[in-house]
Design a protein around this ligand. Structure first.
Ligand code: MSP
Length: 519
């Protein structure tokens, strides 16, 4: 594997980020960090989707220009990702000039080659989805099933994209490539949707939607959000209809495009069709994650239960985002819906990160200092009974990541921690010390610390700060590739002194959590 290109959905900037947006960016960041431990060249793209009626309306309600609204909110997304250690390579905004220019060229090319045509149309438009809805998909009361709002009847002359022309090729691609849509059970949903697809509107009348990219040579039409939004995945790399950049040639097609289940249709039908029309290869995989609910309810402004990701860090006075990242990533298998609750958060991160993992390292290093003044003697390095399990876990974690089973991989790492804890309980190094069996005692401690090095590497994508602190105390080089991991990580000689031992993760304070649930 010599390069790995991955993308997230780009978020609408009509509001501030919430933990649903954060979930996706954290998942993608974890995948990016994991693959950076397996390949040298990872490119991680995220950004914001800034055009369309929704943004135009929100800006008008606030009495500011759409551009002002976009600038204000795009910054909030960037700030949130910084606070969560989402370490992207590039942040694209669809109002970036280079993006806008290339979208115009893409549209023009498709128009000239006959894939786009003009057509009078009357349809039901949902601003929440930023798309026309099929009457048969509405609820019994005629509402959009996702936004529970009545779509607007729109009658316009628009440009249309010949989606039907690509229907058979897309069906063939999905059937011949069972891994294209992850999880696989969603592929059937897409195949059903493909049954009755029609050509799609790709522009809106300027008189209705001013906040969009102009169609070249037709000042009365704005390019409708999906062709604009989806193109970000290639414009960010410097795609150009005539002269694509070296970066584009190097990274496209994407290895995986991470999105929410609600926008799978756009990514597994529209996007492949646009790419086929542009004669470009399709992304290798599309990962459709589930949604995050709050205390088992859908997050919504009307319920007043929208949580901002940074508020979780503030409520629990967390120094780093690691616990939140770990919790979100393991909240549910990737394609299923997950849930956030303060109590569960507190319980899980205290159990897994503080009591199990943090405590194990702390206790072991403290014993090394107490019995051996922090010194690793050559005779402590012996055959390690935990080696097979630990190296087996590395393989299992890699396999999980190959299938984007991020939650399962996280829990596998915690299981390894449990095994090591059990080894300590079974071998009681404190009793060995009491019995003056010092070589055996030292061997047990070093066997544990060797595996803690492996654990720090495996947990790094989820908890980069905790992993770095673990590695510091173990004098372990975290930049090692997973395939190079062995059970010979601890060097002989002085490893650590008493004042260098620090808890890697402090228990989340129960009082703080209680305060927050009473709010
Ligand atoms: N702008 C479009 C995407 C264009 S991609 C070319 C969009 N934006 S969004 O802001 O509504 O959603 C952005 C991403 O956040 C989507 O992948 C969506 O599924 C995800 N989520 C929004 N709410 C969510 C939850 N409650 N839980 C998990 N993910 C959620 O759609």
């Amino acid at each position: 594997m010599n390069k790995f290109y991955l993308t997230t959905a780009i978020d609408y900037v009509n509001g501030a980020p919430h933990i649903g947006h954060a979930y996706e960016k954290i998942l993608t960041d974890i995948i990016a960090r994991h693959f950076s431990q397996r390949c040298d060249d990872v490119y991680f793209l995220t950004g914001t989707d800034e055009h369309g009626i929704k943004i135009q309306k929100t800006a008008a309600e606030k009495g500011i220009t759409p551009k002002e609204l976009c600038d204000e909110n795009a910054q909030k997304f960037k700030d949130a990702w910084k606070a969560l250690d989402v370490d992207y390579t590039k942040f694209i905004r669809t109002t970036d000039e280079e993006h806008e220019k290339i979208v115009q060229k893409i549209f023009d090319k498709l128009l000239k080659q006959g894939d786009i045509y003009k057509h009078s149309y009357e349809g039901l438009y949902c601003a929440g989805c930023e798309c026309f809805l099929n009457p048969k998909d509405l609820t019994e009361d005629g509402l959009c099933p996702d936004h529970l709002k009545k779509p607007e009847v729109v009658s316009e002359e628009n440009y249309f994209f010949k989606l039907t022309k690509y229907k058979d090729a897309i069906i063939k691609h999905i059937k011949e490539n069972p891994g294209f849509i992850v999880p696989e059970f969603r592929a059937n949903e897409v195949l059903n949707q493909l049954e009755d697809i029609q050509d799609i509107s790709v522009s809106r009348a300027k008189s209705n939607v001013q906040w969009g990219i102009d169609v070249l040579g037709d000042a009365d039409q704005s390019i409708y959000v999906w062709i604009d939004a989806l193109s970000n995945y290639i414009t960010a790399l410097g795609y150009d209809t005539e002269n694509p950049s070296e970066t584009f040639k190097k990274y496209w097609p994407a290895n995986v495009q991470v999105i929410g289940k609600d926008i799978l249709k756009f990514h597994s039908i529209y996007w492949p069709a646009f790419l086929m029309a542009l004669d470009l290869p399709l992304p290798k995989q599309i990962l459709a994650h589930g949604w995050i609910t709050i205390d088992e309810s859908k997050m919504s402004k009307s319920l007043g239960n929208v949580i901002s990701p940074t508020s979780v860090l503030e409520t629990f006075e967390l120094e780093s985002p690691d616990a939140f990242r770990y919790y979100m990533a393991t909240s549910a298998p990737c394609g299923r819906d997950g849930n956030y609750s303060d109590d569960d958060f507190k319980e899980k991160v205290n159990a897994h990160l503080a009591n199990s993992m943090g405590n194990l390292l702390n206790r072991t290093l403290s014993m090394l200092v107490k019995y051996f003044d922090g010194e690793v003697k050559p005779e402590f390095k012996d055959e390690n009974p935990l080696a097979k399990k630990a190296l087996g876990t590395v393989q299992i974690v890699k396999n999980h990541f190959d299938n984007f089973e991020i939650s399962e991989a996280g829990l596998e790492i915690v299981q390894l921690v449990d095994t090591v804890n059990k080894y300590v309980q079974d071998n009681t190094p404190w009793t060995l010390a009491k019995e003056e069996k010092m070589t055996e005692c030292g061997q047990v401690l070093i066997n544990v610390l060797e595996i803690m090095c492996i654990i720090s590497a495996l947990i790094y994508p989820y908890c980069p700060n905790i992993a770095k602190e673990m590695a510091r105390q173990l004098s372990f080089d975290l930049s090692i590739k997973l395939d190079d991991l062995t059970c010979d990580n601890i060097k002989t000689g002085k490893l650590i002194s008493k004042d260098e031992i620090k808890p890697v993760f402090l228990r989340v304070d129960s009082e703080l959590a209680d305060k927050s649930s009473k709010k």
